[in-house]
Design a protein around this ligand. Structure first.
Ligand code: FAD
Length: 434
């Protein structure tokens, strides 16, 4: 019997577990470890709470977790409670699926002023991530800005613009819903260094902006290249640009009090304010012949007392694992003998949930090729892990604990909400009587 440890229970971890379970057909024990007693990584803590249909992918992972060969071991932080070297002693192979939880920095003056928050923090706050329960983003000013031109930037801008009523059926946490309901923000400016053709926003997410109850998108027609230039775009991307062009052709709805302003060709130079963020000084850009943003020297200011940076993520280094500053150094998913990486920990923060599936299957194939089924190195696996954690006073949780937490959250749900998420580690543990 082979023993495998997958560190991280997000999409990449679960697809890899599914693939290993299939590849070894009952001849392997696969333990999925996570820092938290509940699984699913960014499906729980990242994907927008008003996108419940996307979160439904977790039903597929539920099936993997129910498989006889797969176990969930929560409340264990690898690198703190146990090292990768120790896991390699206990398991035939260790697969890091730890994601990329940290915001990339802008690298401009003023970004540490109060009022500037990373998207991981802001998204974590409204999604009930325990690290960000106390974020308390400033919502008292009339202007906010989101820096970045991807779907995460759109998520943040949309969440800031929705009415309480529009969150019905979502799993947004109560503290965020109440705070957003009292928000004074009327204008959200979305800043991108390049133009409409260079956005990384998908049609579904953009299209939603045209149907918000209280907010209208504002796009400048002069920012677009000639219409014929769209012919060269890949069809999905062309669809996004067509939606944006539609916004540019439609005057904002005066009956709606909020505006989502797309400010293209805008490079933030610095953030200024008296002890807190008040404005962004921005340089107008243009595209050079390689399609990169080039400053024009013209500057202007964008007022914003809340500034959310959504310009990408990086992984956390783990002791003794080679790290390149953003992700783990790997070749096709292999880091070293018996040590692998999948998902954002392998590729960096790109792609959709589905992109992690081929990634996980590819790495499972590598593992299976290196360690054929039927053979064993006699490792102690989960039994050894539990003994070691117990000796260190680490309170590991299991599948039944996760289910108990989930059932309690669903039972606590407010009317119209699929669940009332716990937002603090202690609440999880209290539910388990620990
Ligand atoms: C804000 C946001 C919104 C998104 N929305 C969408 C969307 O709408 N549609 C879409 O297709 N994709 C979306 N994505 C992308 C999608 O979430 C990712 O592709 C996917 O989650 C990456 O999977 P992963 O398993 O690599 O990482 P993650 O989902 O981050 O999972 C990593 C797991 O590892 C655990 N972990 C981390 N460190 C340790 C440690 N040291 N010890 C133990 N456990 C650890 C974490 O707790 C977590 O459970 C979004 C991403 C973000 C950031």
């Amino acid at each position: 019997m082979r023993h495998f440890a997958i560190v991280g229970s997000g999409p990449a971890g679960f697809y890899t577990a599914e693939a290993l379970d299939k590849a070894y057909g009952g001849e392997a024990r696969i333990d999925i470890l996570d820092r938290y007693p509940v699984p699913y990584g960014l499906i729980r803590f990242g994907v927008a709470p008003d996108h419940q249909s996307l979160k439904a992918v977790s039903k597929r992972y539920d099936k993997v977790a129910e498989s006889a060969g797969v176990d969930f071991i929560g409340n264990v932080t690898v690198g703190r409670d146990i090292s990768v070297a120790e896991l390699l002693e206990l398991y035939d192979a260790v697969i890091l699926a730890v994601g990329a939880p940290h915001d990339r920095k802008l690298g401009i003056p003023g970004e540490d002023l109060p009022g500037v928050v990373g998207s991981a923090e802001f998204v974590g706050w409204y999604n009930g991530h325990p690290d960000f329960a106390d974020l308390d983003p400033p919502l008292g000013g009339s202007h906010a800005a989101v820096i970045g031109n991807g779907n995460v930037a759109l998520d943040c801008a949309r969440i800031l613009s929705k009415t309480r009523h529009e969150f019905e059926g979502s799993d947004i946490v109560g503290h965020a819903l109440d705070a957003l309901d009292g928000s004074a923000i009327r204008t959200v400016t979305i800043l991108g260094r390049r133009g409409p053709h260079q956005i990384a926003m998908t049609p579904k997410e953009l299209g939603e902006l045209g149907h918000l109850e209280a907010a209208s998108p504002v796009v400048e027609g002069a920012d677009f290249p000639p219409l014929e230039a769209d012919d060269a775009l890949e069809p999905g991307h062309r669809k996004s640009i067509t939606i944006l062009r539609g916004f540019a052709d439609t005057p904002p709805d005066d009956a709606k009090p909020k505006r989502m302003v797309f400010d293209f060709f805008a490079k933030p130079l610095r953030i200024e304010g008296d002890g807190k963020a008040e404005k962004i000084v921005v340089e107008r850009t243009e595209l050079d012949d390689k399609g990169a943003a080039r400053g024009t020297g013209e500057t202007y200011e964008v007022t914003a007392s809340l500034i959310i940076t959504a310009i990408g993520y990086s992984s956390s280094p783990i002791a003794d694992v080679p790290f390149d500053g953003g992700k783990f150094v790997n070749e096709g998913g292999r880091i070293a003998e018996r040590l692998y990486a999948v998902g954002w920990a392998r590729r960096g923060p790109t792609g959709t949930i589905g992109t992690n599936r081929p990634d996980g299957y590819e790495v499972a194939d590598l593992v299976a090729a290196a360690m054929p089924a039927g053979s064993s190195d006699g490792r102690a696996g989960a039994e050894g892990l539990k003994r070691l954690l117990e000796s260190r006073g680490v309170m590991a949780t299991d599948y039944d604990d996760w289910r108990k937490i989930e059932e309690t959250e669903v039972a606590n749900a407010r009317a119209g909400s699929p669940r009332e998420k716990f937002v603090r580690h202690e609440e999880w543990l209290r539910t388990l009587g620990r």
